[in-house]
Design a protein around this ligand. Structure first.
Ligand code: NAD
Ligand code: UDP
Length: 322
């Protein structure tokens, strides 16, 4: 184990954040989990509350906070289209003001700060698979812009704080990730399909289902984030983290049907505006600098996720308000 550090995880009660907190606690670090519980619940970290090296703070990162820490993982931000479009202005504030507050904190504490950016910075990409030097094709005035442009602005702030103020930064661009502890009503494709299949409801394919995504299992993604935080001094990123195996949404639906054994039927729904047609990470840089490459096949990761979905009570989760 590396020397114990004081680690802040913003968005620490969320899907990825809670797993990251778990890993950091297991590794013996002093972990502060900061969250406003906009898209998560305390149950995600309830099992950590009695650990002496874990602390839970209710706070909104659009406001500054005074703490003493060595590393900051900045994950706070609604992540699914339904959640981030619920209050788009707040989403933009969380990305931009949150980045400023976390960079300011890192500057004062001399801490290293990692930004959870996203494949959405590439928008509906004309380059396939997406490499980090591709500058993206984002509609700045569309319904996804609050998230895409917010995350792009956050990357700009990270680079400028680094160039101007020598803040020690890291940026990862995360591609679609799934696994246990996804919010069952977040509206993302994996959680929707599994929930619908287990309830025997229609499985909603948006568009004709030929659009693609590349799905990474949660544990492997979190391992990549940790490697990036503790990686080589000169590797600031942005660096893509995701599983490069690409699936159509129709293929995903078929797999969920097979693995759950459901009698649910597929139904077509309109494709949301600006929905990216294809998405697949080029992970050459992550392989080279972090020695990181996902190995969990979608079939195995989905089986684990379905197992977890079978254990939860849906009534314990709030659905996003329309
Ligand atoms: P999530 O919604 O489960 O977690 C986000 C957490 O941030 C939640 O606990 C939420 O309550 C909290 N939060 C939101 N706004 C906040 C605010 N203003 N102040 C404090 N806390 C706030 O989503 P996730 O999938 O765990 O995503 C974590 C991060 O990874 C996000 O920044 C997201 O953009 C990024 N990311 C995730 C994916 C993915 O596929 N899961 C892909 C790309 C990027
Ligand atoms: N999607 C779908 N049915 C659903 C939810 C999503 O067909 O019930 C599609 C969506 O239109 C998109 C893809 O699945 O093409 C992935 O959507 P998600 O919201 O999970 O993430 P995105 O990658 O678009 O941010």
């Amino acid at each position: 184990m590396s020397a114990s550090k004081r680690i802040l995880v913003t968005g620490g009660a969320g899907f990825l954040g809670s797993h990251l907190c778990e890993r950091m606690v297991e590794d013996g670090h002093d972990v502060i989990c900061l969250d406003n519980f906009f898209t998560s619940q305390k149950t995600n970290v309830a099992h950590l509350l009695d650990k002496p090296n874990f602390e839970l703070l209710r706070h909104d990162i659009t406001h500054p906070i005074f703490l003493e820490v060595d590393q900051i993982y900045n994950l706070a931000c609604p992540a699914s289209p339904g959640h981030y479009q619920y209050n788009p202005i707040k989403t933009m504030k969380t990305s931009v003001m949150g980045a400023i507050n976390m960079l300011g904190l890192a500057k004062r504490c001399n801490a290293r700060v990692l930004q959870a950016s996203t494949s959405e910075v590439y928008g509906d990409p004309e380059v396939h698979p997406q490499t980090e030097d591709y500058r993206g094709s984002v509609n700045p005035i569309g319904p996804r812009a609050c998230y895409d442009e917010g995350k792009r602005a956050a990357e700009t702030l990270f680079m400028d704080y680094h160039r101007r103020n020598k803040v020690d930064i890291r940026i990862v661009r995360i591609f679609n990730t799934y696994g246990p502890r996804m919010h069952p009503y977040d509206g993302r494709v994996v959680s929707n399909f599994i929930r619908q299949a287990l309830l025997g409801e229609d499985i909603t394919i948006f568009g004709d289902g030929s659009q693609t995504r590349s799905f990474c299992y949660r544990d492997e993604l979190v391992e990549g984030i940790i490697r990036m935080m503790n990686g080589p001094e000169d590797c600031l990123g942005p660096i893509n983290l995701g599983n490069p195996v690409e699936f159509t949404i129709r293929e995903l639906a078929d797999l969920v049907i097979e693995l759950t054994g459901t009698k649910s039927k597929l139904v077509k729904r309109p494709l949301p505006a600006d929905d990216p047609t294809r998405r697949q990470p080029d992970i050459t840089l992550a392989k080279k600098h972090l020695n990181w490459e996902p190995k969990v096949p979608l079939r195995d990761g989905l089986a684990e996720t379905i197992k977890w979905f079978r254990t939860i009570r849906l009534e314990d989760y709030r659905a996003p308000t329309p």
